[in-house]
Design a binder for this molecule. Structure first.
Ligand code: ZN
Length: 469
C-alpha cells in the first residue's frame, strides 16, 4: 500500500485512518526524507514498494551512464498532485502527480535524465554560490539605493530621492538577470546531458520532449494550475526547438518503452490515482481501456479503500489468479486481509509478496511486521521485531518502522528497547527534543557502554544542537 507521510488532503488522511484502524499501529507519522531535511521543510513523503521499485528501475541505467551509480543518489516520492521533480543535494524528488500525468515511462525517464544532468554538473552547488552572490549584489545595491534615497529626502531634493530608488531597482535587476542567465545555461547543459544519457542507454528522448512541450504550451501557462516544474524550468521556444532537433537525430527516437515497463507504469498510476483521488480519477485515467489490468487494479484498490473488505479481497484474488507472480498484488491482498481483521493471513500474504519482490523492499517486510503485531501474541511480536529490525538494516531512516518496533518491544515488556525505538522514530521524524528525552530515559536502563547505550548517547549528542536551531 501507499504509506503517505504527512498527507495534504484531509480525506486521504481519513481513508488512511480507517485502514489503520484494525491495527493498533498509527500509520501516519510526520516525517521527512532525512532529519536535516525535516528541519528545513516538511515534505509529504510517500513510501510504497511498487512505485519506489519502478522509479528506481527508471533511474538505474541513467545514473549508471551519468557516472552517479556510486554517488548513492536516492529517489524520494513526494505526495503532490502537481508535476514536479527536483534535486536537493544527492536526493532526487519526484512528485507522484508527475507519474500520473506521464502517459509513458519515457516521460519520467526523460525528466530523471535531465535532473541527473543537474546532479552530474553539480549545478545546485554552483547555483547556491551564484544565489549567494546575487543576493549580496542585491543587498549592496539596495543599501546604496536606500542610502541615496534617504540622503535625497533629507536634502529635500526629490530628484535625488527618485535617483535613489532607481539605483535600488537597477541593482536587484542586475542580480536577477545574472541569476536567470546562469539558470538558462544550466538548463541547456542538463538537456544536453540528458540526451547523452538517453542515447547511451538506447532510449528515446521523445518522452522528455513531450514533458517539456507540455510546459511550453501557452495552454499550460494559462491553466488554473501552474506546476512548480514549469516555474523552475522555463521552456523558451528555442530551447524546445533545439531539443527536438537533437532528439530526432537519435536512431532510438522512435523506440518505445518496453511493454512490461509500460504496464508497470500504468499499474503504479492506477495505485496513485486510487489512493490520492479515487474512482472518478481512475475511471478518467483508464477511460480508453476500462477493462484492462491497470483499470481493474485501480478498481480493486478503490474497493479496498472505500468499499467492503470482502469485495476487495475477491478482486485482489482475481488479479492474483491472472498474475500469480506479481508481488504487489499479494501485498495489496495483505492490506485487504489486515482491513478484514485477519492479520495472520495478512502476514502470509506479505510473505508471498516478499518472496516475489525483486527489489526485496523493506516496506513490505515492515508491513508483515505490522500484521504480526496485530496478531497479538508474544511469539508473533518476537517475529515482528525480527522483521522490522531486518527491514531497518536496509531502510535506516524509516521513522514509521521505529514506531512499530517500539510497539513490538512494548508488547514484549522490553521497555528500554521500546524507548530507544521511540527515540529513533522521533529522531527520524525531526522531533529532536522528543528523541533526546526518550534516548535519555532508555539509556538509564541500559548497561553503560553496551551497543544500545552507545546508540542512545549518539541520539542525545546529535539531537541537542539541532534542537536549539
Ligand atoms: Zn532543469
Amino acid at each position: 500500500m501507499i504509506h503517505s507521510i504527512l498527507p495534504r488532503s484531509r480525506s486521504f488522511r481519513g481513508v488512511l485512518r480507517r485502514i489503520a484502524a484494525p491495527l493498533a499501529a498509527v500509520q501516519l507519522v510526520v516525517a521527512a526524507a532525512s532529519p536535516a531535511l525535516a528541519q528545513q521543510q516538511r515534505l509529504p513523503i510517500v513510501r510504497d514498494a511498487e512505485i519506489e521499485a519502478l522509479v528506481r528501475d527508471y533511474a538505474r541505467p541513467i545514473l549508471g551512464v551519468a557516472g552517479l551509480q556510486k554517488a548513492g543518489v536516492d529517489i524520494i516520492l513526494v505526495n503532490d498532485r502537481s508535476f514536479n521533480a527536483f534535486v536537493v543535494g544527492r536526493r532526487m524528488f519526484i512528485n507522484t502527480g508527475a507519474l500520473v500525468t506521464a502517459d509513458t515511462p519515457g516521460e519520467i525517464i526523460g525528466v530523471i535524465a535531465h535532473e541527473a544532468g543537474h546532479i552530474a554538473g553539480r549545478h545546485q552547488e554552483k547555483l547556491r554560490q551564484q544565489l549567494e552572490r546575487a543576493q549580496t549584489m542585491a543587498l549592496v545595491a539596495t543599501l546604496l539605493g536606500v542610502g541615496a534615497a534617504v540622503g535625497g529626502a533629507l536634502s529635500g531634493n526629490s530628484g535625488l530621492a527618485q535617483g535613489g530608488t532607481g539605483i535600488a531597482a537597477g541593482g536587484s535587476e542586475v542580480a536577477r538577470r545574472t541569476l536567470l542567465g546562469y539558470q538558462r545555461a544550466e538548463e541547456i547543459a542538463a538537456d544536453r546531458s540528458a540526451l547523452t544519457y538517453l542515447e547511451r542507454t538506447e532510449q528515446s528522448a521523445a518522452g522528455m520532449l513531450k514533458t517539456f512541450q507540455r510546459f511550453q504550451s501557452a495552454l499550460a501557462l494559462s491553466g488554473a494550475r501552474v506546476d512548480p516544474y514549469q516555474i523552475s524550468h522555463p521552456m523558451p521556444r528555442e530551447r524546445i526547438a533545439n531539443l527536438e532537433t537533437l532528439a530526432q537525430q537519435s536512431r532510438y527516437f522512435d523506440r518505445r518503452d518496453p511493454a512490461a515497463l509500460q504496464l508497470r507504469h500504468d499499474l503504479a498510476r492506477a495505485k496513485i490515482a486510487a489512493y490520492m483521488e479515487g474512482p472518478a480519477a481512475t475511471t478518467r485515467l483508464f477511460r480508453n481501456d476500462p477493462l484492462g489490468l491497470p483499470a481493474r487494479y485501480a478498481d480493486a484498490i478503490n474497493t479496498h479503500l472505500r468499499g467492503s473488505p470482502a469485495n476487495a479481497l475477491a478482486k485482489f484474488d482475481a488479479l492474483i489468479r491472472e498474475h500469480p507472480r506479481n508481488p504487489y498484488f499479494h501485498e495489496m491482498r495483505g492490506e485487504a486481509l489486515v482491513r478484514a481483521n485477519r492479520p495472520a493471513e495478512a502476514a502470509k500474504a506479505y510473505g508471498q509478496a516478499l518472496a516475489l519482490d525483486p527489489s526485496k523492499s523493506a516496506i513490505i517486510q515492515i508491513q508483515r511486521g505490522q500484521a504480526l503485531l496485530a496478531v497479538g501474541d508474544k511469539d508473533s511480536a518476537r517475529q515482528a521485531v525480527k522483521d522490522i529490525r531486518g527491514a531497518l538494516d536496509r531502510d535506516r531512516e524509516n521513522a514509521m518502522a521505529y514506531r512499530h518496533l517500539a510497539q513490538a518491544y512494548g508488547m514484549l515488556g522490553e521497555i528500554a528497547e521500546a524507548e530507544l525505538a521511540t527515540a529513533e522514530a522521533s529522531y527520524y521524524s525531526g522531533a529532536f527534543q522528543d528523541a533526546s528525552i526518550f534516548a535519555m530515559r532508555a539509556q538509564q536502563k541500559f548497561k553503560p557502554g553496551s551497543p544500545s547505550w552507545v546508540r542512545a548517547q549518539d541520539i542525545i549528542n546529535t539531537s541537542k544542537p539541532r534542537a536549539k536551531k
